[in-house]
Design a protein around this ligand. Structure first.
Ligand SMILES: [Fe+2]
Ligand SMILES: [Fe+2]
Length: 361
């Protein structure tokens, strides 16, 4: 806050000079200054309370004006407290040295009233502007901070609303499927672990976690007699079943958020094979988006671990061996390497979220 009436320090060893400065300043319309005949006391007062302007005598016994500037020159510059040097001797060298030491202006002794009024007045006006500017920028900073907080809050809100909507959508697909609920939880957690071990940044892994939960969202549109068929599908039925990838992708179309884009990649890519033998497009290698390649490993690994009406659950070791067996044909070797690197964590996820239904069987 700019001070209502600026505080001026006068530092001079000569009491008569102080008295004179006091009188002249008041006569010129400024508030009564604080006068110090001991520079040390002045420095302490400055450090403790600060001030708005310093009138400083150069020639003092013990501690000179230069010594004072040596001690508080930096602090006064930083806080924009101008120092006016009081000098009887007007030689160029002294003035130059004083300027270099941090003085902003000079006043010759004996004082000339209009000159003092002008020089002190100018520097105080400058300081006042500096203080107002500072206050203004503090106000701006506070406003920016507040806006940033608001934005972050609404962004978080939006994000969590979107996540909720997506989880519900995934759940809707799950209701129609004979797969039990924890498959989606496990599969997407496993996908996120693979992503992390693949070296993806944390943000991407979080997106992967949510997006993978929608890999089978297209099953919503697959007829019950195919979706819930207890036995193996006929080739014709399998052709219909394959459609869940395309249907899923089209359900997720039209929103360019990173999450929905990732979900689309996964819905479309999780049955593509590294060697090009997968569906729906028969893409191969890195032509299959990375999230799709990751989801493929997570999905198959977890599906092997599940008991189905037509098959028993595999042991974890067998499921891992199966993933390895299909590396390079079905699966991207680099993704399988990341799967291996995260295997301890993946096995833990598999155990912790083991299907209750499966445990009952
Ligand atoms: Fe699928
Ligand atoms: Fe699945």
């Amino acid at each position: 806050m700019p001070r209502p009436s600026p505080t001026i320090f006068v530092i001079d060893d000569e009491p008569s000079n102080l008295l004179l400065a006091d009188r002249v300043l008041q006569h010129a319309g400024f508030a009564a200054p604080r006068c110090f005949d001991n520079p040390r006391t002045a420095i302490e007062a400055f450090r403790r309370e600060g001030c708005d302007l310093i009138l400083l005598d150069l020639n003092m016994p013990g501690m000179t004006g230069f010594d004072v500037m040596e001690e508080i020159g930096e602090a006064t510059r930083r806080a924009f407290v101008p120092i006016i040097v009081l000098t009887a001797q007007g030689d160029r060298e002294t003035r130059l040295r004083a300027l270099q030491a941090g003085a902003r202006d000079f006043l010759a002794k004996p004082f000339d009233l209009p000159e003092l009024q002008a020089r002190v007045g100018n520097l105080l006006a400058l300081r006042q502007m500096y203080l107002e500017l500072q206050e203004h920028s503090r106000g701006l900073e506070a406003r920016v901070e507040e806006r940033t907080r608001d934005l972050r809050a609404s962004f978080e809100e939006l994000r969590s609303a979107r996540q909720t909507a997506i989880r519900r959508l995934a759940k809707a697909a799950e209701f129609r499927d004979s797969e039990t609920g924890y498959h989606i939880v496990r599969m997407s957690k496993i996908a996120a672990v693979i992503g992390r071990n693949y070296g993806l940044p944390a943000d991407d892994c979080e997106i992967l976690l949510d997006a993978a939960s929608m890999h089978d969202i297209g099953k919503i549109a697959i007829p019950d007699q195919i979706l819930r068929k207890p036995g193996r599908l006929t080739p014709a039925e399998f052709e219909v079943m394959k459609q869940h990838t395309l249907i899923g992708a089209s359900l997720l179309e039209g929103d360019e958020s990173a999450l929905l884009r990732a979900a689309r990649e996964i819905a479309l890519g999780h049955h593509e094979n590294w060697d090009g033998s997968g569906y729906p497009h028969g893409r191969r290698g890195e032509g299959i988006p990375l999230f799709g390649r990751i989801a493929a490993v997570a999905d198959v690994f977890d599906a092997l671990n599940m008991a189905r009406p037509y098959k028993r659950a595999w042991t974890m070791a067998d499921a891992v061996a199966e993933i390895h067996r299909q590396t390079g044909s079905k699966f991207d070797p680099a993704v399988v390497a990341a799967f291996d690197a995260g295997q301890d964590e993946i096995l833990l996820i598999s155990q912790r979220f083991a299907d209750i239904a499966q445990a009952d069987q």
